[in-house]
Design a protein around this ligand. Structure first.
Ligand code: SF4
Length: 239
């Protein structure tokens, strides 16, 4: 029988990847973006160097832990370009789990389909910058079709599946001005999470030198975000 393959990572138990949930996390290879600050760039640039995790191991674990694990997080890389995504989601659903999908939002039609098929319970979409040339810099994609991102945003805001938008606070890309612009662009959204920037494992050397924002700065960004979005909070360590 056809089973998902090429899964590149499996965390059995995580308290960090789905707020309020005890989750297992699956990492999928490849991405259609090349964000200079990407933390999982090995999965994107050289997935062939990372050993596959056999689906049977994941399946057996999840089958045995239904009392303990609340849900499964699918992340990457960019899950929506993984050819067996639907199959993987169906297999997890058969085991009785809720599913959270992390995405860069570049495939609105697939998001719509998967959501309508009842395969997603939570969607976390990145908003990397305001929707102009700065998004090209943040995503590393020169020919970026911004409309696709806007379509995903609309889809999430108007849909019934729970979701969050999330923005990593990369100091060279996100300042108070960008927070205001993004806030305006996603006005009406339910939840916006500002995420800690972790320079150590960034793809580009220059981005490894950046210092994450301090507590007062992050608090200020959160207060700015709340002018546009009701629920805004920070995810990360206070510095
Ligand atoms: S979209 Fe995510 S996985 Fe893809 S390059 Fe950007 S940060 Fe990395």
């Amino acid at each position: 029988m056809n089973k998902p393959n090429g899964i590149k990572g499996f965390i059995e138990v995580s308290l960090l990847d789905w707020d309020g949930f005890i989750s297992s996390v699956l990492f999928l290879p490849n991405c259609n973006f090349r964000c200079p600050f990407c933390q999982n760039w090995q999965l994107v640039d050289e997935p062939e160097k990372i050993e596959d995790v056999d689906w049977t191991i994941i399946e057996n674990y999840l089958r045995a832990k239904t009392e303990w694990i609340d849900g499964v997080v699918i992340t990457g890389g960019e899950p929506t370009i993984y050819p067996q995504l639907r199959l993987l989601l169906e297999e997890i659903k058969k085991l009785g789990y809720k599913i959270k999908l992390d995405t860069n939002g570049y495939n609105p039609s697939l998001l719509r389909e998967l959501r309508e098929e009842g395969l997603l319970d939570y969607i976390a979409m990145d908003i990397k910058a305001p929707f102009d040339g700065r998004y090209k810099l943040a995503s590393g994609v020169e020919e970026l079709e911004i409309e696709r991102l806007k379509e995903s945003i609309k889809l999430l805001i108007q849909g019934k599946v729970d979701y969050e938008f999330r923005t990593t606070l990369v100091p060279s890309l996100i300042t108070a001005g960008e927070i205001k612009e993004i806030g305006k662009a996603i006005r009406g959204a339910k939840r916006w999470v500002l995420q800690e920037y972790q320079p150590k494992s960034a793809r580009n050397e220059a981005y490894r030198q950046l210092k994450p924002y301090k507590k007062e700065e992050v608090e200020y960004f959160v207060s700015l975000g709340k002018e546009y979005i009701e629920e805004v909070y920070y995810r990360g360590k206070w510095r």
